[in-house]
Design a binder for this molecule. Structure first.
Ligand code: SAM
Ligand code: SF4
Length: 317
């Protein structure tokens, strides 16, 4: 279905949980999220009904995210059933990777085609600092497991943080030479309560290009990242610039939170609830949410923070 500005909405980002086994400092407070009542969260049946409703409106790609989707006990079943919905051609997953060693193969068999794995540093101490409880080895084992499981594409997501990992651009980019992965640098977004980093931590993705003068522009894969390629590399470098260059004109997304709220735009406070509705009623709410998509969100900066009123773990990054 098209929105009011002629954009075809073909992509649903489905958050299956707000919970996570890590506590990344830009995403979640140390004591985690305030756990909501079980009965307020979408059930597996409701998630699948929502995917069916979305498919009836022309959505063909679903990204499963969270929180950390792999802490959800029924994640393999959710992915298998999502992939089986008529009209859904692609099921992707965004994860911190730490639980992939046990789950990569079952997820691949369930029909997940692509995985994005978050990795902000290649330094053990810094990894444990930024995630507050993970180990670098767990994340690296997860990347290895994803490659071994034969996903069509494995991408690494790195949030660029001044004073933390802006000295690691070369080593992170080098992963595209040693592994068949894309490495995407994402500008840090000023979300609701992600208070550990102030304006001084923001770095534009221009910094990545300055650090990699040999990077050549590469053909877009249709996503929001601008792609570059290092000579001889196996994968691409991607730049995702929500702050320095917002990509609203090409937005094809609808988001559904784990507590059943449709979000027409990541950075708006508008929400449409589908909790407890029939599939037909869900499709009506989706239609309303798509028609309510703004043409663009206000430019973000550390002075004009996101109006989402939620952190990324509660929206589905
Ligand atoms: N737990 C999974 C993971 O870490 O990949 C999926 C959910 S996480 C919220 C999705 C993505 O959002 C991650 O790549 C994370 O780095 C990114 N993210 C979270 N908070 C962010 C922020 N304030 N600015 C930019 N990216 C952020
Ligand atoms: Fe968890 Fe992902 Fe947020 Fe990190 S970015 S705290 S792994 S949800």
């Amino acid at each position: 279905m098209e929105d009011r500005f002629g954009r075809r909405i073909t992509y649903l980002r489905l958050s299956v949980t707000e919970l996570c086994n890590l506590r990344c400092r830009y995403c979640m407070p140390d004591d985690g999220v305030c756990k909501k009542r079980h009965e307020d969260m979408l059930t597996e049946e409701e998630m699948i009904a929502a995917v069916e409703a979305a498919a009836s409106l022309g959505i063909s790609k679903v990204r499963i995210t969270g929180g950390e989707p792999l802490v959800k006990k029924n994640i393999v079943s959710i992915c298998r059933r999502t992939a089986a919905v008529e009209g859904i051609r692609e099921v992707c997953l965004t994860t911190n990777g730490t639980l992939l060693p046990a789950l990569a193969a079952p997820l691949r068999q369930a029909g997940v085609t692509r995985v994005n794995i978050s990795l902000d540093t290649l330094d053990e101490e810094k990894y444990t600092y930024i995630t507050r409880r993970g180990t670098l080895q767990q994340a690296l084992d997860g990347i290895r497991a994803a490659l071994d499981a034969g996903f069509e594409k494995v991408k690494i997501n790195t949030v660029l943080i001044g004073g933390f990992n802006d000295d690691e651009i070369l080593s992170l980019a080098d992963l595209t030479r040693s592994l068949p992965v894309d490495v995407r640098f994402i500008e840090l977004m000023p979300m609701y309560d992600s208070g550990d980093f102030s304006a001084s931590a923001f770095r534009s993705c221009d910094m990545v290009l300055q650090a990699l003068p040999e990077a050549e522009p590469a053909r877009s894969d249709g996503g929001v990242a601008r792609l570059y390629h290092l000579p001889g590399a196996l994968g691409n470098i991607g730049l995702i610039r929500p702050i320095s260059e917002h990509f609203c004109a090409a937005c094809n997304r609808l988001r559904l939170t784990a507590d059943g709220k449709l979000k027409p735009c990541l950075h708006s406070g508008d929400e449409y609830s589908i909790k407890g509705l029939s599939k037909e009623q869900m499709a009506e709410q989706m239609r309303a949410a798509i028609l309510a998509k703004p043409q663009w969100h206000e430019p973000l900066s550390y002075c004009t923070r996101s109006r989402a009123h939620r952190d990324m773990n509660q929206i589905g990054g």
